[in-house]
Design a binder for this molecule. Structure first.
Ligand SMILES: *Cc1c(COP(=O)(O)O)cnc(C)c1O
Length: 455
């Protein structure tokens, strides 16, 4: 499989370079040159373990020797606490797909454990080193840090918005004291961190000189690894219920997770609806309901990993929506950068979009605990709230549960009135020592920091 840029000005490249590059040199996002059709394999795939299914799905996209790929997958999912990796349960009117059994208790472990194994593997083979620069609204950073901590060929620099990630999320990152881990608290929002990151990556000269790599969901490997659980849960729920297809509800921020679901549907998984759920930061919900994508101001919510306005993966989807016309897409993105707005005609019938506000989030957490004995985190609750409006017979609704409730225990306490969400890994962090550097919202300061430490 070769990969091309959404902006159309990068020669096609192989999987390994695609993952090491992160963002395409022309500023676009890298996507597979074609989407594989796997419909004739679904009944076989329904019989596989999570790891074996991962092997089958990834084999469609990567150019690694089979044995090596199997080894990477085995190592990536060894650190998961549940034998099924991503189990799905029926809870009231929906199914809940638990994606939080990895080391940092959020769904990002699923892709980042794999990506970290891949980096170690390919850097060893090439006798190379990599300096990862990333921006996080909370969960990506800790999942990436936990993936690569202690690796010899990788340094990791993670920017988070100072004071805007939950204290526990911050602790999960800053308590990792390995010498190759650098936490940067930026005086700004997540979007500011992401803007700095994108701008640094666009400087191809700087990127080469410092061997910069990306773990943000602009990296194709992230999206790719997430495609797997749509197949695993969709095939499982269809087998359990006898339904001809399934729907998914996805609490959305950067559009990486739901995009993986879109790819799964294009590959041939029978998907009725893809429900895109946002919190008050509803730029994507507005886009799918009106056709206009217009930036607003970020407001902090109980689901901080979705407090995002400019969704970096959206460009991949837009490329397909614009009939794969790289020139039209480039023009649209350039004009969006100037005006903060873009419009697309027509509708995508696969998508449904809705908003779960703070009061909906709290009410959903409370109701599922009281009526079904199930405690969910606030991101999951946003997805479940919107999903309930789209449940149809013959089309089981699978709600992606993106974090363990204990990661957001203050919101749980606000919803239920009791401090009932705990996890031993997190409880152990409360008094752990930390290391972090505070930086102004200034690209130059970040470049200087990095240059001083990489040498
Ligand atoms: C990152 C994250 C999301 C949003 O996922 P995207 O791929 O950015 O849309 C939702 N919930 C949690 C807990 C997350 O960490």
């Amino acid at each position: 499989m070769h990969y091309i840029s959404t902006r159309g000005r990068t020669p096609p490249m192989g999987f390994q370079d695609t993952v090491l590059e992160g963002l395409a040199p022309d500023g676009g996002l890298l996507i597979p040159e074609r989407i594989p059709d796997v419909r004739d394999r679904l009944s076989y795939w329904a019989t596989l373990s999570y790891q074996d299914l991962t092997f089958e799905v990834l084999r469609e996209f990567v150019d690694l020797p089979g044995e090596d790929l199997r080894g990477l997958i085995e190592r990536a999912y060894k650190a998961f606490a549940h034998p099924e990796i991503a189990p799905a349960w029926r809870v009231g009117p929906v199914w809940i797909l638990e994606l939080f059994h990895g080391p940092t208790l959020a769904f990002k472990d699923i892709a980042l454990q794999f990506l970290s194994q891949f980096f170690e593997y390919v850097l060893e083979k090439r006798d190379a080193r990599l300096n990862i620069l990333g921006a996080t609204s909370g969960d990506t950073g800790s999942a990436a840090i936990h993936g690569v901590r202690g690796q010899k060929r990788v340094n990791i620099f993670i920017m988070h918005p100072h004071g805007r990630v939950s204290p526990l999320q911050e602790k999960q990152m800053t308590s990792v004291l390995d010498a190759n881990v650098f936490n940067l608290a930026i005086d700004g929002t997540f979007d500011d961190c992401q803007t700095i990151m994108k701008s640094v990556f666009r400087d191809v000269e700087f990127k080469r000189r410092y061997s910069l790599g990306s773990i943000n969901s602009v990296n194709w490997a992230r999206v790719m690894a997430q495609i797997v659980y749509y197949f695993s849960s969709g095939l499982y729920v269809m087998a359990q219920t006898g339904a001809p297809r399934v729907s998914f509800s996805v609490p959305t921020g950067n559009f990486g997770d739901v995009l993986a679901g879109w790819y799964a549907a294009q590959m041939g998984l029978p998907v009725g609806q893809l429900v895109l759920a946002t919190n008050e930061n509803d730029i994507l919900a507005r886009f799918f309901n009106t056709g206009t994508y217009r930036v607003g101001h970020v407001v902090p919510t109980l689901s901080p990993s979705m407090d995002i306005q400019v969704a970096s993966n959206f460009e991949r989807y837009l490329f397909y929506r614009m009939d794969r016309r790289a020139d039209a897409l480039s023009a649209a993105m350039e004009s969006f950068a100037k005006t903060g707005s873009l419009s697309v005609s027509g509708r995508d019938e696969l998508f449904r979009a809705g908003v779960g506000k703070t009061e909906d989030t709290l009410a959903t957490i409370r109701r599922y605990r009281d009526e079904h004995g199930y405690l969910m985190d606030p991101h999951t609750a946003v997805g479940v709230h919107v999903a309930e409006r789209h449940v149809r017979a013959e089309e089981p609704m699978i709600c992606l549960s993106t974090a363990h409730p204990a990661k957001f225990s203050a919101a749980i306490e606000q919803a239920t009135g009791s401090d009932c969400a705990h996890h031993p890994t997190l409880d152990a962090l409360r008094d752990a020592p930390t290391r972090c550097d505070r930086l102004p919202n200034d690209e130059k300061a970040v470049r200087a920091y990095l240059a001083a430490r990489v040498g």
